[in-house]
Design a protein around this ligand. Structure first.
Ligand code: CU
Length: 462
């Protein structure tokens, strides 16, 4: 039911009876609100009706099913507390939608009329803002500005026409600091009306988010402004982030939006790529330039594309090195070069389990069996085919394989490197003489060129 019509009915004095009838009818007519229990990537949802399109896959996520009714594509989001597994061994008490944080990806098509029902099962009011959409002001979801807040237990309906395709997000515009720090957000993908336009073989998406969860606890601190300790993609940290399996030769698109408090230089190994879509829409071919890292600012969306012509296991991560660490990596003093063997011996007389970290660097932490508080991810973790990966946070792997079937998003396992294509250890003689000694002439030359200023001549040294 159109809210304007409901308002008309209630103000038209059809009065108490009319309003109650309309409300009950509207509730009975709400579309289903499916929930998802698994934090694993769900297969792309081929559109069962409506306009055809090539669906996306959401890392560690899913797409919200809809129903078509009277020319409207109807979705039902339920804002609610959820428990999200950040990675095996750690769960967080978050707020999200339909059982997960982030909420399900919404997919629709340019030209669709969408009706988005939002039910609030949080302990406080909320709204949803459709980030990046061109829509009527009253559908923009800013609590207090364009609508009253959606009270606890209430349902609001948003209706608008999707006027353009692209990569969008949704999130509350109500008690935002708290609600986004708790994980309330989702992707909103609008596909082009003509499915041949911007066509790719694989279309991945995820949201970049961050949490501040003290080691040993489950609920994010919501007042943290910058000093987050869990850097996540779709509320998952390495090694919990899905890999991105691709078939050799595929055209691949990866879309992401940033709802953290800092920018993220997103870097992919083994390829150069082109940014093909930003917040504002598609980038014309002639305006694209090649990149290997694309910085995505706060509140921005980016999509890049590449032809998957290089087989292998290619690291894909944020290039801020703290963002590929988990909670235990912060606030640890630098111990490199400190010899505290004697101190350790004396402390161990009192505390037998005492251990020192980091005197040779921090890499030991990738494999050490260190006692951690419950529900805490090691600073760096995850096993690769050649040992610990020494990563955490925003890190995953793009896996390009010749034998990956079209439409198969299953894990192909680790890459088998063809003979002669892998770094190897030198096992021959290590001749000291092979290390070049600094040439003595260089220091002599350095001393031999005093800086002088010649009268009437050119100035040296400037
Ligand atoms: Cu980052």
């Amino acid at each position: 039911m159109n809210p304007r019509r409901r308002q008309f009915l209630s103000t038209a004095g059809a009065a108490a009876l009319g309003a109650a009838t309309v409300n009950r009818a509207a509730m009975a007519a709400l579309p289903d609100a499916p929930t998802q229990a698994s934090p694993r990537m769900q297969p792309p949802l081929a559109p069962p009706n409506g306009r055809p399109y090539n669906p996306v896959v959401t890392l560690n996520g899913w797409t919200l099913p809809w129903r078509m009714r009277d020319g409207w594509k109807e979705f039902h989001l339920v804002a609610e507390p959820v428990v999200r597994e950040i990675a095996p061994g750690m769960k967080a008490n978050l707020w999200g939608y339909n059982g997960q944080s982030p909420g399900p990806t919404i997919e629709a098509v340019e030209g669709d009329r969408v009706r988005l029902c939002v039910t609030n099962r949080l302990p406080e009011h909320t709204t949803i803002h459709w980030h990046g959409m061109i829509l009527p002001s009253g559908m923009d979801g800013v609590g207090g500005l364009t609508q009253p807040q959606i009270g606890v237990g209430k349902t609001f309906v948003y209706e608008f026409l999707l006027t353009k395709s692209g990569t969008f997000m949704y999130h509350p515009h109500a008690d935002e600091m708290t609600q986004m720090a708790m994980g309330m957000m989702g992707m909103f993908i609008v596909h082009p009306k003509d499915p041949r336009r911007y066509r790719v073989d694989r279309d991945f998406c995820f949201l970049i988010n961050a949490y501040d969860i003290d080691p040993g606890s489950y609920t994010p601190r919501v007042n943290t402004m910058l000093d987050f300790n869990l850097w996540t993609w779709n509320s998952r940290a390495f090694p919990g982030i899905d890999h991105l399996p691709c078939r050799l030769g595929d055209r691949v698109r990866i879309r992401f939006g940033n709802l953290t408090m800092t920018s993220h230089p997103i870097h992919m190994h083994g390829y150069d790529f082109e940014v093909t879509c930003t917040d504002g829409g598609w980038v014309p071919k002639a305006a694209r330039w090649p990149e290997v890292t694309i910085d995505v600012g706060v509140g921005q969306m980016r999509a890049f594309e590449f032809d998957a012509v290089h087989p292998g296991d290619w690291a894909f991560h944020c290039h801020k090195s703290h963002h590929t660490m988990n909670a235990m990596g912060h606030d640890v003093p630098t111990m490199i070069g400190v010899d505290h063997r004697d101190v350790v011996r004396r402390i161990q007389n009192l505390i037998p389990d005492y251990m020192v970290m980091g005197e040779r660097g921090m890499a030991d932490m990738g494999e050490m069996e260190m006692a951690l508080p419950d529900n805490t991810l090691p600073m760096m973790t995850g096993q690769g085919p050649f040992g610990p990966l020494e990563m955490g946070g925003m890190f995953t792997v793009v896996k390009v394989r010749a034998d990956q079937k079209p439409g198969d998003y299953g894990d192909p396992g680790w890459y088998r490197h063809p003979a002669g294509t892998q770094a190897y250890e030198w096992t021959g003689a290590l001749a000291e003489a092979a290390r070049a000694k600094p040439a003595e002439s260089s220091s002599v030359a350095g001393e031999a060129v005093p800086l002088t200023v010649r009268k009437g001549g050119t100035h040296h040294g400037h």
